[in-house]
Design a protein around this ligand. Structure first.
Ligand code: IPM
Ligand code: MG
Length: 352
């Protein structure tokens, strides 16, 4: 079981360290860990945010544990050298098209949610975000328009095959949960979304047991705050999924708690090849101070065991240990508590 560990920038190093301790504590047979450079730290060391050696290591692994990328020192670099290009490059190069962002409220944390506790308690949803297309990967640039003004442009598009592939993932995910799929788009304005909707409807015919609904993204943002309990699986494109998943994290209580899995079509001898990362960023303001909450990364390691290694038992053990730590009052600064990064790691390990 070869895992590439890519800690990256800011708090990425501290949070992945705790997740690695948890993985090692499980005593899995033949666990091999490699560590590689990504993001701003890779740019400073190698002149590129995603060096060839790192990409090769990622390709040779069965799964990747990723921390975070981003650093203010790189804000003025050309776009292709910015740290964010490391994660976008990995997603594109490795065909990581299906991004699973589950959101549920942990018992005892209802008061941390931006929502009323009874609404928070009702949250049990999965955002399935397409990760290889959309305006993220379209042509883009800055040009001078006819009026002589600088004009930024980004091309949004989805091909039928891209929508079909993620729609199948969405329906299958719904079958494993509550059999409800809500496809989120902006079909009242965007042609890209109209095609998205048409294709999702066509794929739905193969899943008569799943109840399909459609929602415009602006309404979905409102509904997530008004009545989040109505959602089971939310299927959406790259840009809308980016925004809605941050929104969902605040409904849960903290962005420091939400893990994610980015899956490809490739099957390894153990399971589906994927990259696992917390949905939060590098948080340069608290980096290196031992204050970050590693729970989202630890929970990402649980998703890795489930999807890439078929180890459901161990995945559930990790999730239960995190839930127990939270129920026992273990809280990072993001939750108004005093526990530091390694103290949270210790607390989870004890309960494991
Ligand atoms: C995320 C992040 C990334 C994204 C950034 C770092 C490029 O916000 O994973 O949600 O926009 O996809
Ligand atoms: Mg984001």
């Amino acid at each position: 079981m070869k895992i590439a560990i890519l800690p990256g920038d800011g708090i990425g190093a501290e949070v992945t360290r705790e997740a690695v301790r948890v993985l090692e504590a499980l005593d899995l047979p033949c666990l091999t860990l490699f560590e590689g450079d990504v993001g701003a730290m890779a740019y400073h060391r190698h002149g590129h945010p995603l060096p060839d050696e790192t990409l090769d290591m990622a390709r040779r692994s069965d799964a990747i544990l990723f921390g975070a990328v981003g650093d203010p020192s790189c804000d003025n670099l050309e776009r292709h050298l910015r740290p964010e290009q490391a994660i976008l490059g990995l997603r594109a190069e490795l065909g990581l098209f299906a991004n699973l962002r589950p959101a549920t409220v942990f018992a005892g944390l209802e008061d941390m949610s931006g929502l009323r506790p009874e609404l928070a308690r009702s949250i049990d949803l999965l955002i399935l975000r397409e990760l290889n297309g959309d305006v993220y990967f379209g042509d883009k640039g800055i040009r001078t328009n006819d009026a002589g003004e600088r004009e930024g442009w980004d091309m949004m598009s989805y091909a039928t095959s891209e929508v079909r592939r993620i729609a199948h993932s969405g329906f299958r995910a719904a079958q494993k949960r509550g059999n409800r799929l809500c496809s989120v788009d902006k079909a009242n304005v965007l042609e890209t979304s109209q095609l998205w909707r048409d294709v999702v409807v066509e794929v739905a015919a193969e899943y008569p047991d799943v109840e399909l609904s459609h929602m415009y993204v602006d309404n979905a943002a409102m509904q997530l705050v008004k009545d989040p309990g109505q959602f089971d699986v939310i299927l959406t494109g790259n840009l809308f999924g980016d925004i809605l998943s941050d929104l969902a994290s605040m409904c849960v209580g903290s962005i420091g708690l939400l893990p994610s899995a980015s899956l490809s079509e490739r099957q390894t001898e153990f399971g589906t090849f994927g990259l696992y990362e917390p949905i939060h960023g590098s948080a340069p303001d608290i980096a290196g101070q031992g204050k970050a909450n590693p729970m989202a990364t630890i929970l990402s390691a649980a998703l890795m065991l489930r999807h890439s290694f078929g180890r459901e038992t161990e995945a559930k053990r990790i999730e239960a240990a995190v839930a127990k730590a939270l129920a026992d009052g273990v809280r990072g600064g993001d939750l108004g508590g005093e526990h530091g990064c390694s103290a949270i790691g210790d607390a989870v390990l004890e309960r494991l």
